[in-house]
Design a protein around this ligand. Structure first.
Ligand SMILES: Cc1ncc(COP(=O)(O)O)c(C=O)c1O
Length: 321
């Protein structure tokens, strides 16, 4: 394990969703509140950033660069983490600046991040160009990949699984399935490696948010590469293969960030039965999958709430439709 720069309030609680269980007539449902990690409205990236920021500091970085969608939760948490570490932050966002910034984008600005806009497909290229310029100017840039998903960042989710295993033991529960939104992969890869390391016997199912089943490279292969890079960083001898990953591709709807009935129903039910806010892009879709059948395994389901509610304000129209 590499060094950790403390940013998150841990452990996050595991709660029983009793009212939802009753309303739906289903078996035990639990929620792991990683929306409550505490850094500038929280979310899953905070756990990854603890390791990424420590690595940046070890490399004497003075500016952090990362990229994402305009409503990226990862970019918002990175901007906040950089503030806490006393490092500048520059964000490379796909698209054009909207006239009225809202949601995560509003917060990026409040947190003092410098924003660069570029074509969606050119974000990585633009980021590499800016990094080169900063280096030329005598600065020390530290580049964080999409979603903080590399072997350093995913350590946060290996430890999150360890944390959950301890909590489940204390609570006397053993959910047969865990469900998590999966996109850049670090969260699911870390959880799967953590499950193997710390003895979680159930299945971790990733709900694909943006990748089809037949991409240029199978997503399960990407997840295995990521998990193995994480194992290498942590110096543990374990290795995973694509077959160790379960991904459900049935909930892609009309594409990334397009809110449909699945998400709207999930958002409304969780808010109105439990007083918990999901987000329109990731956890709305992933909990929608739980509602549409992923809940049906024996032994109950633990849903990882990975945050993102800050984006609700930017999706107000789609959410209320
Ligand atoms: C709220 C939320 N949940 C889940 C994810 C997916 O996590 P990962 O990118 O590690 O697959 C993201 C990624 O941006 C997110 O913002």
């Amino acid at each position: 394990m590499t060094d950790r720069f403390p940013l998150a309030q841990l452990p996050t609680p595991i709660e029983r969703l009793s009212r939802l269980e009753k309303a739906l007539g289903v078996g035990p449902l639990w929620i792991k509140r990683d929306d409550q990690t505490g850094l500038a409205l929280g979310g899953n990236k905070t756990r990854k950033l603890e390791f990424l920021i420590a690595d940046a500091l070890a490399q004497h970085a003075d500016v952090i660069l990362t990229a994402g969608a305009p409503q990226s939760n990862h970019c918002r948490q990175t901007a906040a983490a950089a503030v806490r570490a006393g490092i500048l932050c520059e964000l490379i966002l796909g698209g054009a600046p909207p006239p009225d910034p809202n949601g995560n984008l509003l917060l990026d600005g409040m947190l003092g991040a410098k924003l660069h806009w570029t074509d969606r497909e050119r974000r990585l290229e633009t980021m590499a160009g800016i990094a080169a310029e900063r280096t030329k100017a005598g600065m020390r840039p530290y580049v964080i990949p999409y979603g903080g998903s590399n072997g350093v960042g995913a350590q946060g989710y290996v430890l999150a699984m360890k944390e959950a295993v301890v909590q489940m033991k204390e609570m006397g529960i053993a959910p047969a399935t865990m469900i998590v939104a999966s996109s850049s992969g670090g969260t699911q890869a870390g959880l799967a490696l953590g499950a193997r390391l710390y003895g979680y016997q159930g299945r971790v199912i990733g709900i694909s948010i943006d990748k089809g089943e037949r991409g240029p490279e199978r997503y399960e292969e990407e997840l295995a590469v990521l998990a193995n890079a994480t194992a290498e960083v942590m110096k543990v001898p374990m290795r995973l293969t694509a077959d160790d990953f379960h991904v459900d591709y049935r909930f892609l709807g009309a594409g990334y960030g397009v809110v449909g009935d699945v998400e709207r129903t999930a958002l409304r039910l969780m808010a109105q039965q439990e007083g918990i806010l999901l987000d329109p892009v990731y956890t709305g879709r992933a909990f929608g999958a739980v509602l549409q059948g992923e809940k049906e395994g024996p032994g109950g389901v633990l849903f990882w709430h990975t945050g993102g509610a800050a984006a609700l304000f930017a999706y107000a129209k789609d959410v209320m439709e």
